[in-house]
Design a protein around this ligand. Structure first.
Ligand code: NAD
Length: 299
């Protein structure tokens, strides 16, 4: 049995690939390197010398590549992570975000379903929810305020409709909150420009000040609150869904929120400047993980 990871050379995909390789799965990575670097593939081979990943450089909507992947590997499960993830960029490049995140996901998944692949796990995001100070459950109101969030929700809806047509499929949607951290080797990294931790790392390395976007949010210290989940924990959860039957949606976070200033306090040497709010940011994004934990304990 082989597992296909789209976007498998990105931040989360590469950590997932390593975890699956370490658990002896045959791992096939499809990535067009639009937001990652080939060095990550070499790093994965170095980190898992006895069970190396297969790598196909190409687009998720390139049917020729998909055909070869299916010819050479018995793909049973697909983790679909490929996509663009910057809230900021999504406002400037709306069409590109819809094309890459929605249209291409549809092309990929329809092609694979037509050829008998049945198990899909889709990486979605907390930004699909409507802004709210409340703890978010999977039933909280939907209302993305960024193009990025809208594209991920459209793909979720496509998957839900697909399941209504093909009830023999198994589809899990994972709404990640804020993944942080990286492999201790330093060989797999988060390079996301919008993400807090890579920016903190950059500022410490260059001795520059971190930009904090807004301190007038309705939160105790005025800065945004997020639910930061360590990458190792996030990846551990993925294994639970490889054999999950039916259609379902899960929040993946910790259930605990921290403000930007609380995070900054963890780095005593870090300087920061308060800047105006950034469009697309909501004041608080914290989830309930009751559903995830109930599922985890039930298996
Ligand atoms: P990333 O940008 O590090 O990785 C995405 C990978 O997908 C990159 O390697 C990129 O080259 C590849 N890719 C993009 N479009 C492609 C295409 N058309 N064909 C083939 N490859 C393509 O992102 P990440 O942080 O690893 O996130 C992975 C997934 O998780 C994304 O779908 C993202 O929306 C979702 N997510 C991430 C976060 C986060 O904070 N990192 C939070 C919530 C959800």
């Amino acid at each position: 049995m082989a597992i296909l990871i789209t976007g498998g050379l990105g931040y989360i995909g590469s950590h997932l690939a390593l975890n699956l390789l370490e658990n002896n799965y045959e791992v096939v990575i499809l990535d067009n390197l639009s937001k990652s670097d080939i060095s990550v593939y070499h790093n994965l081979k170095q980190l898992s010398p006895n069970n190396r990943p297969y790598f196909y450089r190409g687009d998720i909507a390139d049917l020729k590549i998909l055909k070869s992947i299916l010819l050479y590997h018995n793909i049973e499960t697909v983790f679909h992570l490929a996509g663009y993830k910057s809230v900021k960029e999504s406002f400037k490049r709306q069409e590109i975000y819809y094309d890459n995140n929605v249209n291409k996901s549809i092309i990929l998944i329809e092609y694979l379903v037509d050829r008998g692949v049945k198990n899909f796990i889709f990486s979605s995001t907390a930004t699909v929810y409507a802004p709210s100070e409340e703890i978010l459950t999977e039933n909280s109101p939907i209302g993305p305020i960024s193009t990025y969030g809208a594209t991920k929700y459209m793909t979720e809806q496509f998957l839900e409709k697909l399941y209504q047509k093909h009830s023999d499929l198994n589809i899990t949607i994972l709404r990640y909150f804020n993944p942080i951290g990286e492999h201790p080797s330093g060989l797999l990294k988060d390079t996301g420009e919008d993400n807090l931790y890579p920016n903190i790392r950059k500022c410490i390395a260059n001795n520059t000040a971190l930009s904090v976007y807004g301190n007038d949010y309705p939160t105790p210290d005025g800065t945004c609150i997020r639910d930061y989940i360590n990458i190792e924990k996030l990846i551990e959860y993925h294994a639970l869904f490889i054999k999950k039957q039916g259609f379902d949606i899960f929040n993946v976070g910790t259930g605990i929120g921290k403000s930007v200033l609380e995070i900054i306090a963890e780095f005593p040497d870090l300087k920061y400047n308060i800047e105006p709010r950034r469009s697309g940011d909501v004041s608080s994004l914290v989830c309930s993980i009751s559903k995830l934990q109930e599922y985890q304990w039930s298996i």
